[in-house]
Design a protein around this ligand. Sequence first.
Ligand code: GLY
Length: 338
Amino acid sequence: MNVAVAGGGIVGLSIAWRLGQRGVPVTVFDKGPMGGEASWAGAGMLAPGGEILATSPIAGWALEARRMYPSYVRELEESSAARIDFQECGALDLAYSPEDWRALETRATHQAALGIPSEPLEPRDVLSLCPHIRTAGLIGARFYPGDAIVNPREIVAALCSICPKLGVSLVENHPVENLESLSSFDAVVVAAGAWSNRLGIGLPPVEPIKGHLIAYGQPLGKYRTILRHGHTYLLQRANGFLIAGSSEEHLGFDRSVDGQIVSDIAARAAFVVPSLAGEAPLESWTGLRPASDTPHIGAFGSGGRLFLAYGHYRNGILLAPLTARDLAAEISASFEKR
Ligand code: GLY
């Protein structure tokens, strides 16, 4: 029994890894380098507190995936002998107006019912956590202790180093034009992010939603937590990069960087951290989030050999370990029944 995975992002590679651990022969195809699209672009926020606002199946998955992350990273580090930047640093949602504060309170009440804890902080306590933020007009913040960050590029590198040791073939620069071209495989996983429903007629729709990110060079360890204000977020990787985002644009597969949007994110970042006003971002880039009505994770259609793993929208990095665990189990179980 062999499996083809169309799409070598963090989701497809994690599925291949878990199947490889079960002794299943797997081939992962990607149209470019492994992890070269959304997994390369993603900031790496693992943040139910920032992303999960209402009751939905994703809420439960996000919390479970977040609980899985420490052991997922540890296992990857042990198997690959590489270090992965994973920081359980929490997040501060900042309020600079009474409207900000009311919106945070309302959100926190809904989230508490979902099992996402947060606590209100006075300006004094906010500043002791992050003295670099704007003080003028600061009303307070909510601290989300469960939010975290990871460097998705390091996860992809670790997966690419350990998958071949388990017999997983990684085939780069090999676009899968359609599912028929994979008919020699016993099972096929579609994990091609925003490109997924191009592989076959009748696959659930997915829309690319472009996001811009920018990065500043900052002293290592200057920011101890994620900072958020409205739709703006800032997080610092262990390599010093302070990443600020983001935007949402419905422009198909256009990945160009828009200078106006970069300036807007820079202005929003400098509102939160005034010293950034004097700095030019070192880098700016975009990625395409795969947006769907819900993440599609599981068997699809009546043939028993097609499985989906796409539509994770803003939470693909977070949901990768859970998607991989569940799909590898489902595929293995389907082989046992054949
Ligand atoms: N998860 C953050 C974003 O998609 O911008």
